[in-house]
Design a protein around this ligand. Structure first.
Ligand SMILES: [Zn+2]
Length: 390
């Protein structure tokens, strides 16, 4: 089956992160089985979702470090979006294929599956590993179980390639992220007697201003990393909710913020400084009423990717893509987790553009799938002739 046909099959499974991905994984397992490739599922606690892992290559080839191809199977929801085409049925219009997940990122998985017969038939000197995850879109959650398993394997891969949409440019770096929810508990009273209460909205606003000052400091003074369009760490408050009526001193306020850090900074250190400041405010509040509190809870967190050190291997992979431009992305991926857990070079490279991801009428250009197909063919050839450096 070619990549477009496979993409049509994959799109038909609604694998919004909130739903199960098991039907799609069973489909992939059957497909791999038909080519005599064993795979294993690594389930979540509820057995409603799974990662899939498979290795391709002879016993001998598998003693060697190979290449790991990874993609997430979940997609973002379509609810609240105005689609003019069906989201879960592939529609072709000119050079474009429309459907939820076409670009982010079932297009890549379709290309990989389409190359499976060639992978199985090739005399691979080094193995190819397929690692498909779940729950990426809600904080790179699912892949962590698979990485626990992979980090126990005797032979680590030479390189992990995460096929998020980069228009087939090899991307070696992206920012890390920490997102947190802050709950401020004050003490309510009639607004006419405001000093007898503790205003949760006021305390939350101090936290917001602290975050904004930290953001401005970085914008003005750095540190800077000029490979990014926004060349510094960003800090931003996204939502805030508090208070119920004008004549009540609010006892509750909640805010959500995020830090997207460049490699020179550690988002967890910034979070710690935030917590220290929150602790100071909390003590002030508690001098008034001891039940007051500020709680900070991490919602999502993933490390940034910085893989500029693996130059030789990265430039070799770049030659295989037929695209020697280096790419730049403004979104996070699982690549930093692969790098961190397995300690091996990890890059992001896949068909399509994130300009179309997460939007209504998401599409992928057919030429992008073609380019990925060609890349995989080159990769299989490189692993059969063992021309990879390292
Ligand atoms: Zn994605």
């Amino acid at each position: 089956m070619n990549s477009s046909d496979l993409l049509a099959r994959l799109i038909a499974f609604d694998t919004t992160s909130a739903l199960s991905n098991l039907e799609m994984m069973e489909y992939i397992q059957h497909y791999l089985n038909a080519h005599n490739i064993d795979s294993q599922l690594i389930f979540n606690d509820e057995y409603t979702k799974a990662n899939l892992y498979a290795s391709i290559g002879s016993e001998q080839a598998r003693q060697q470090p190979g290449i790991l191809l990874s993609g997430h199977t979940d997609t973002v929801p379509v609810s609240g979006q105005q689609w003019t085409r069906p989201a879960y049925q592939l529609t072709r219009d000119g050079d474009r294929l429309y459907g939820r997940g076409t670009t982010d990122m079932k297009g890549f998985i379709a290309c990989v599956l389409s190359a499976v017969p060639a992978m199985a038939a090739a005399q691979l000197k080094r193995p190819l590993h397929l690692a498909f995850s779940y729950d990426e879109e809600i904080g790179c959650l699912g892949v962590r179980r698979m990485l626990d398993m992979l980090s126990q394997q005797p032979v680590a891969p030479l390189l992990c390639l995460i096929g998020e949409p980069t228009e087939m440019k090899v991307v070696t770096a992206h920012k890390g992220k920490v997102a947190a929810r802050v709950t401020v508990t004050g003490k309510e009273c009639h607004s006419g007697m405001a000093p007898q209460g503790v205003n949760a909205v006021n305390y939350a606003s101090r936290l917001i201003v602290w975050l904004e000052n930290e953001a401005l400091k970085r914008q003005q003074q750095g540190p800077f990393d000029h490979q990014y369009d926004v060349p510094f760490t960003t800090i931003h408050t996204g939502t805030v909710q508090g208070g119920s009526a004008l004549n009540i001193v609010p006892n509750h306020c909640e805010l959500v913020f995020e830090i997207r850090n460049i490699a020179d900074e550690n988002a967890m250190d910034i979070l710690q400084q935030f917590r220290d400041y929150a602790r100071q405010l909390e003590q002030q509040m508690q001098q008034h009423t001891d039940t007051c509190a500020i709680d900070t809870e991490i919602i999502t967190e993933y490390p940034g990717l910085n893989c500029t050190d693996a130059e030789q291997l990265v430039s070799y992979v770049r030659t295989l893509t037929g695209n020697d431009q280096s790419g730049n992305i403004n979104f996070g991926t699982e690549a930093g987790l692969f790098r961190q857990s397995l300690g091996v070079p990890s890059v992001v490279c896949g068909p399509g553009s994130m300009a179309q991801g997460h939007k209504p009428d998401e599409f992928i250009e057919i030429s992008q799938l073609d380019q990925c197909d060609r890349f995989l063919k080159q990769l299989i050839h490189a692993l059969s002739s063992d021309t990879l450096p390292g």
